[in-house]
Ligand binder design. Sequence first.
Ligand code: FAD
Ligand code: SF4
Length: 524
Amino acid sequence: MQADGTGRGTLRLVLGDQLSAPDRLSSLRDLDPSRDVVLMAEVRSELTYVRHHKQKIVHTLASMRGHAEALQARGVTVRYVRYDDPGGEPDLPGEVKRALRDQPFDRVVMTRSGEHRLEAAFDSLEAELDLPFERREDDRFIASLSEFFDWSRGKASLTMEFFYRQMRRKTGLLMDGAEPCGGQWNLDKENRKRPPASLKAPERLLIAPNAVARELMVAVERDFPDNFGTLAAFAYATTVEDAERLADHFFADVLAGFGDHQDFMRLGDPWLWHARLSAALNIGFLDPLDLCRRAEAEYRAGRAPLNAVEGFVRQILGWREYVRGVYWLRGPEYKLINALDADRELPWFYWSAETDMACVKDAVETTRDHAYAHHIQRLMVTGNLAMLLGVHPDPVDDWYMVVYADAYEWVELPNTHGMATFADGGIVGSKPYAASGTYINRMSDYCTGCRYDVKERTAENACPFNALYWDFMARNAPRLRDNPRIGFAYQTLDKMGPQEREAITVRAEALKTRFGATPRPINR
Ligand code: FAD
Ligand code: SF4
């Protein structure tokens, strides 16, 4: 008999982004294969709470099915429910109750989910069940939540940089004793170089879909025909082995160039020197600390420069851990903040890519074709434009949840609601990442081929980002003028004559109307 009950074993629920090896997942660490059952379910509610990109569905379901097979091959009993199985329940609590009706267990165990929506559903389930329901912390992160909460306590602002330094000290990553390697904590300034056109990014390893993924590609086209995105270029790792191949390839062939051009965007080149590891990381195939240690080893061995390795480590040890902390610290109310009173609709070209703005077109097409866009495209093109247009946070948050294969609310929301659109009023970033076409021109090759003129502000062919940027600054002056990090923009605005300011307003309003960024109906 088990110490914890009558010997009927434990039902262990594993969610679609908990596909980590049993010794890495808190719910499976004490798994007893002789009597426990692992429950995995492709429920409708998870497939439809947003209309996920087709590649996200294929990635998740193929990975879940492969993971279930791998567990079974290790002698684990898996109760696996496919989304089209007859008799399936619509949601995860329903599947737990169904499993308990079919077979008695002593208790239910799971690792906590990554979303307030699901935590609320499991709270209700816990109240209903008449047997122990153990929900364990997700310890697949480098910082525990209590560690983050302790760090945040009493702080007027949650500056990522200081959290990151604490994490460097804690892990010893890129530390020489008590000092950061190279004497500086953050080498971001070295990572904004424009590559010469002749410098090609490395050839990328593209994972060919396996039989499970191929079968799902057909099923998803059939059952989710109207969801956003195409499947033809599907190249995500759907097994841990393929995820490791992607990581090996990154460290061997890409990491050394990761830093220099990290902020650059190039037409038709979706990946440049980026890692392409977020989907495999977020679903549980890769371990964040392991990736950071591997990157450090490349630096220590002299195979990758410090600015590349520090940049990569900061994204994972710093930003990824930090946004998770903010998500749980701020709770479900975080999503409701609309600090800039943004009230417009999201333009249709976020879905169709039908726009003459070369930068937006490329970002949306990349997103549609790969369920991916790199950080600067998400932040400075689509996110920046939505913020400048004054799009309401809800459609923006929803768009980012829908369109990326790596989208999970704990990481998506603080990035979108905080970093990209400043809807949180400055919890994540100390200033809005607002930029005119000048920034995009400096950090991309988009503008040379664009029908708009990046140097013009209010002419008919002027880059839309320019008038929208100044209109945003003028509109939000009461909120932002005193922010020392953007004071320079107001000095320029103040020097503009009334005619120019009027021309900016007229141009900005015309663009909003033309783009379909019209005011949202009240109470929507
Ligand atoms: P790289 O640029 O090569 O970075 C390496 C790794 O660092 C990534 O794999 C990722 O795990 C981590 N990382 C980098 N930046 C961030 C960040 N800001 N926050 C958290 N982790 C980071 N990332 C997601 O994983 N899921 C999302 O849903 C998501 N939504 C975003 C929405 C917006 C508006 C913005 C601006 C950023 C978002 N990010 C999100 C962060 C970042 O854009 C992606 O992690 C990155 O583009 C993934 O590609 P990559 O693996 O090539 O990353
Ligand atoms: Fe984008 Fe403006 Fe440059 Fe065109 S000119 S690519 S719209 S920044």
